[in-house]
Ligand binder design. Structure first.
Ligand code: PRT
Ligand code: ZN
Length: 284
């Protein structure tokens, strides 16, 4: 039994997809860029495809699962399952207009001609906002359409916004926020469901580890109660006496999001020699 996974063959998702598999302990040799590769140490076969084709291949069962952007998943609208968000490939599908246009609300799009490669998502957005506009489908270089008189506005992916800026456009509506996701066929065999569960457990361990840091510090024993109160740890902090009497070493795990706030409090309670270490895997 093999779990067949579809990965973008080149482009913005390629590196991160292979990196994630690697961090999950799954090694693939794609040195000479074949279309298909077998993992050394996990029953997995990797298919390298154009991202646009991945939803269809997963729907047909040619691939069991795949890494692809939500923008592609929802545009293609195949009956497949989104099983996990992957925290890379973040972008948004947005509507942009020439920067000198006096744009006040979505009603200003009425009767405009909008160029996009995302006709389904754009049509749904316009319908939801009761706007009538002409959708002009183009497959690439959407951002130049207003400049050459092909359209009045565009609907395209944006990340930093610099492409819009250099083309004299401004972002006015967000149609969809997107990141890379793991999609799966809805009729997997029992064996492949088990392999997918194993893969998901590994992905979660990698993601959780990235959101947490291991912290070690020295603290005066008189302050241990205060210090323990701000350190959650997996269960509770580990406290070990130091050779120097009256002092202890405290070890714990803290979340990235409240990291600096915790450091401030620890310092105010007299913590010294604070070390912060990345975590490779974290299984809760
Ligand atoms: O050959 P293939 O069809 O597989 O690749 P592709 O050219 O269709 O896709 P690719 O590699 O460009 O993008 C793959 C996926 O990456 C997309 O489907 C998104 O899910 C995600 N992603 C994240 C992006 C961006 N950020 C992004 N900025 N995809 C495209 N862009 C483009 C955008 O279209 C525009 O041209 O980058 C430009 C805007 O970037 P900024 O930084 O100037 O705003
Ligand atoms: Zn594509």
């Amino acid at each position: 039994m093999m779990l067949k996974i579809a990965v973008q063959k080149s482009g913005r998702l390629y590196e991160n997809s292979l990196q994630l598999l690697k961090e999950c302990g799954i090694e693939i040799n794609n040195g000479n860029r074949q279309l298909k590769a077998v993992a050394f140490n996990f029953p997995m076969e990797v298919y390298f495809l154009r991202d646009d084709d991945i939803p269809q291949y997963v729907f047909d069962g040619v691939a069991d699962v795949g890494f692809v952007g939500e923008n592609v998943v929802y545009e293609k609208n195949k009956d497949i399952e989104v099983v996990n968000k992957l925290s890379f490939g973040r972008c948004r599908l947005s509507i942009a207009v020439p920067k000198n246009m006096n744009y006040k609300s979505v009603a200003d799009l009425q009767n405009l001609k909008i160029a996009t490669s995302y006709t389904t998502l754009l049509q749904n957005f316009l319908d939801a906002n009761k706007v009538n506009a002409e959708i002009h489908e183009i497959s690439g270089s959407v951002e130049i359409a207003p400049g050459i008189g092909l359209a009045d506005a565009i609907c395209d992916l944006v990340s930093s916004g610099s492409t819009l800026f250099t083309n004299g456009l401004k972002e006015v509506e967000v149609v969809l926020k997107s990141e890379a996701v793991l999609v799966a066929n809805k009729n997997l065999s029992t064996e492949n469901k088990d392999l997918l569960a194993n893969l998901l457990m590994r992905i979660d361990a990698v993601k959780t580890a990235k959101n947490n840091k291991y912290i070690l510090l020295n603290a005066p024993n008189s302050q241990l109660k205060n210090i323990a109160s701000v350190l959650p740890g997996m269960k509770s902090p580990t406290i070990v006496p130091l050779a120097e009497s009256g002092w202890s070493s405290v070890q714990s795990v803290v979340n990235e999001s409240d990291f600096w706030e915790i450091i401030e409090k620890l310092k105010s309670f007299g913590a010294e020699g604070i070390l912060v270490v990345p975590i490779e895997k974290m299984i809760l």
